[in-house]
Design a binder for this molecule. Structure first.
Ligand code: 6CS
Length: 349
């Protein structure tokens, strides 16, 4: 794995921690009446997912008067994003933040979040849909549960932007562009629609791959671009707002269903309380870290803000990818889910 420098220590610990978990198994309820659980995230300290999980753990510990203890793991401690999903499915960890982009090969319908320009540009409206959508909380959640992953909440980590070793202003700029994507066939298809050459990679390898020119660019919310230092090895950042980065708070369903009602109720209450918290968290980080990229004179990054007319060119190419989703990626249930989601989105616009 090749993170930027500060994460090497976490990687070095990875083997030891993984072994430790495998040896102990997942002790859900201790003999002394305490609960000791594990929560794995795809991000590191200071980033949205990790800070969410740390606050979630603290809140549950307080609410339960110390009965519930949760160890939160940074990304890199328990393997790749895909390894982490397997650990959740196997009950090795109880909780995980999962990005649907890494489960596209398993729950094809979860790739709905890869459809660009689908959700409103207004982040608050988007979060409201993520909180209330029946398409997501009933239809899509059921599809994940069939794979032993129970989504408890969906949240945005912010609008995504492009960075590149060259300027990305029009679809023509993507011709032959080696675009790093997550492991999702639909994300890859979305970039093929722009003429790019998509290449799936874990983010642990992304900094070095951008630096060495293995890939030319990537998409992510601003806080993540800054905190992972991608801007240091990219000359351009395009404010495209072409999609949101959606993450899911998930739990192992067997573990969750077997909990006493009062403990499960505490989890549900905490999940709900975290929704406005994480929205504020991502908003604050995305806003302040944009300034940090703009003001970084040691590693200057040219920031290009697309006009509405320029975004329109991308939108026109992104819309037919919805047909690809309907016709090639999912079956009837997925089509029904997208139709309902589109209605819910239209009702918010
Ligand atoms: O680009 C990625 O793969 C990573 N981006 C974010 C915002 N969170 C974790 C994820 O793995």
């Amino acid at each position: 794995m090749f993170f930027k420098k500060r994460n090497w220590k976490a990687i070095a610990l990875a083997g030891a921690v993984t072994l430790g978990l495998a040896a102990c198994g997942s002790e859900s309820a201790g003999g002394d009446g305490t609960y000791n659980w594990q929560f794995v995230t795809e991000e590191v300290q200071g980033q949205v997912q990790y800070e969410y999980a740390a606050e979630f753990a603290e809140l549950l510990n307080e609410k339960s008067d110390g009965q519930i203890n949760i160890d939160v793991f940074e990304f890199g401690q328990l393997g790749s994003e895909v390894d982490q999903v397997e650990q959740l499915q196997d009950g090795i960890v109880e909780f995980a933040i999962v990005s649907p982009g890494f489960t596209g090969g398993m729950v094809a319908e979860g790739q709905v979040f890869a459809l660009q320009f689908l959700f409103p540009d207004d982040q608050e409206k988007t979060q409201e849909i993520l909180n209330t959508s029946e398409a997501l909380h009933s239809h899509l959640a059921g599809m994940y549960e069939a794979h032993n992953i129970k989504p408890l909440a969906f949240f945005t980590e912010g609008a995504m932007q492009w960075t590149g070793s060259r300027e990305l202003r029009t679809p023509a700029d993507f011709t032959g562009f080696k675009m790093r994507t997550q492991e999702s066939p639909l994300i890859m298809e979305s970039y093929r629609a722009y003429g790019a050459d998509p290449s799936p990679l874990s983010w642990s390898e992304l900094y070095t791959s951008l630096d060495r020119g293995v890939v030319d660019g990537q998409e992510n919310p601003i806080f993540f671009i800054e905190d992972a230092s991608f801007h240091e090895v990219q000359d351009y950042m395009t404010i495209s707002n072409h999609n949101n980065y959606v993450a899911m708070t998930t739990v192992n369903p067997t573990f969750y269903n077997e909990l006493p009602d009062d403990i499960r109720a505490l989890i549900d209450e905490t999940v709900e309380e975290m929704q406005p918290r994480v929205f504020e968290m991502q908003k604050e980080m995305n806003e302040s870290l944009l300034d940090s990229i703009i003001n970084n004179t040691d590693n200057p990054t040219e920031v290009i803000e697309l006009t509405e007319a320029e975004r329109e060119e991308f939108r026109a190419l992104a819309i037919p990818v919805r047909d690809f989703f309907r016709d090639e990626v999912v079956g009837d249930k997925g089509r029904e889910m997208l139709e309902l989601l589109e209605q819910e989105i239209a009702a918010h616009e």
